[in-house]
Design a protein around this ligand. Structure first.
Ligand SMILES: O=CCCCC(=O)O
Length: 478
């Protein structure tokens, strides 16, 4: 597969602007360079914002039905090209083809969801209770949006931001992750073909994120920043957004607890654990990181989970049989290995599963660690790899305290058949999302987001559009 039909260019103001500066795109399964794309700088970034700002007024003035129709055309075009886009995802970030196909379907659903939401925009009109005036409330687009997207879901995290922005009437500057520009560029071509007017969506690919992002965020024409990525980068972006008092949506890091209560159905728990931990080789913000298993069920759960993980073929995601692909790069391999070694040094038992794949790609051997000390870095970090950290509990109240310890609060998982106890536990988890007897929670119709340091705002669901809207209140004298 080659990507030579993608221009080495930035998409600015509805045109593909050729770039002399370039950056490579690397297949994490082989380490080989698979494409070259434009490498933008601050001038490119500001040119993208110029185009977005220039297009904002006219785009905001379009009818919601018009914007909805464009999103639906993009939905159809994405499905028509689904296999090629899925292969692009797998080539540039390594996830198994089956998962890449699932991502295309999932990503496309944001286009359909927000195409539908676009036409449901509502306001209010009523008499003030104290009399004297009528109150009218209308919505309007927040204005130009800067969307910074991650490499782990190179399509779905783009559609999850661009679809509501377009539905609301906002223009966009998109900066995809440097590891995964190809999927974003392919999607931009789909938007172009779907009829998105010039300047409404602009895309800057760059290896110099801070250099490109800072001037855009500092520019007073920008009105919203939306980011998915690590908490550390999110904090830095929030600081940059403060002087302009930008609207922000931040989907940041997690460290999800996965709790198996005494009443759990272990068929469901093991299946859920495999999905919650190993989807995308563990490189998901909602990945289960801290397994807390009731002592009475721990031996059986652990044995069955080890067997299930050992049975998952590890390898190049382009091989149809692969279930666990590479991690994104060599830095990730080293970071994950250091977390594992540190946990083992502090008393954890290491269970190595699957083959040990030596380079040239970036592979981490699936590993389960039992008896992990809750003070280790592994327990307290977002692992972002195929490594499971497990400990047991006897007192559910203590397990809940441990699950809620720490600063992150994105996702959590609870498995149990005692409905009362399970729901009580789920409701008391300090996370924005909870999977109850399921290892997959993502759904375009549900509000995705975290509490504590896992983020601000929600994407998708019935409130996802409002993240891109302002309310204007009109006081009408009687
Ligand atoms: O890392 C965050 C991506 C979340 C993907 C999903 O919606 O499951």
């Amino acid at each position: 597969m080659t990507h030579t039909d993608l221009p080495v260019a930035q998409f600015l103001g509805g045109r593909w602007v050729a770039s002399a500066a370039t950056m490579p795109v690397v297949d994490p399964a082989t380490g080989a360079q698979i494409a070259t794309v434009a490498d933008g700088d601050e001038v490119t970034g500001l040119a993208a914002l110029d185009a977005a700002a220039a297009a904002q007024h006219d785009w905001a003035a379009t009818d919601a039905r018009h914007r909805s129709d464009i999103l639906l055309r993009a939905f159809d075009l994405l499905h028509a090209d689904a296999e090629r886009i899925a292969r692009t995802i797998t080539f540039e970030m390594g996830k198994p083809l089956a998962e890449a196909r699932a991502e295309v379907s999932y990503g496309a659903e944001f286009l359909r969801w927000f195409a539908e939401e676009a036409t449901r925009a509502s306001g209010a009109y009523f008499r003030a209770p104290a009399g004297g005036r009528r109150i009218a409330v209308r919505t309007q687009p927040v204005g130009p949006v800067f969307a910074i997207t991650p490499w782990n879901f190179p399509l779905a995290m783009v559609t999850r931001k661009i679809a509501p922005a377009l539905a609301a009437g906002c223009t966009v500057v998109l900066k995809p992750a440097p590891q995964t520009p190809l999927t974003a560029l392919e999607f931009v071509r789909i938007l172009e073909a779907a009829g998105v007017p010039p300047g409404v969506v602009n895309c800057v690919t760059t290896s110099r994120a801070p250099q490109v992002s800072a001037p855009i965020i500092a520019d007073r024409r920008l009105r919203k920043l939306t980011f998915t990525g690590s908490t550390a980068v999110g904090r830095a972006l929030l600081a940059q957004a403060a002087p302009g008092v930008l609207r922000v949506s931040m989907e940041l890091g997690g460290n999800a607890p996965f709790v198996v209560l005494e009443s759990a159905d272990l068929d469901k728990a093991v299946e859920g654990a495999v999905l919650a931990k190993l989807r995308n080789a563990g490189q998901t913000c909602v990945a289960a990181d801290r397994f807390l298993v009731h002592a009475a069920r721990a031996a059986e759960f652990t044995e069955r989970f080890l067997t299930a993980v050992a049975a998952l073929p590890v390898g190049d995601g382009k091989d149809e049989t692969t279930r666990i692909g590479p991690v994104i790069d060599d830095t990730a391999v080293r970071r994950i290995s250091a977390l594992v070694d540190d946990a083992v040094d502090q008393g954890a038992q290491r269970h190595l599963l699957g083959p040990d794949i030596d380079g040239p790609g970036h592979f981490v051997r699936p590993t389960v660690l039992t008896d992990v000390d809750a003070r280790t870095r592994l327990w307290n970090s977002e692992t972002f790899g195929p490594v499971t950290a497990l400990r047991t509990f006897t007192d559910p109240a203590a397990a809940l305290r441990l699950a809620n310890a720490g600063y992150s609060g994105l996702a959590g998982y609870v498995f149990g058949e005692n409905l009362g106890e399970t729901m009580e536990f789920a409701e008391n988890l300090e996370t924005g999302m909870v999977g109850v007897n399921t290892g997959i929670i993502s759904d375009p119709a549900a509000p995705f987001g975290g509490v504590k340091s896992s983020g601000l705002g929600r994407e998708g669901g019935s409130t996802g559009l409002a993240e891109y809207q302002e309310q204007q209140y009109l006081a009408i004298a009687r």
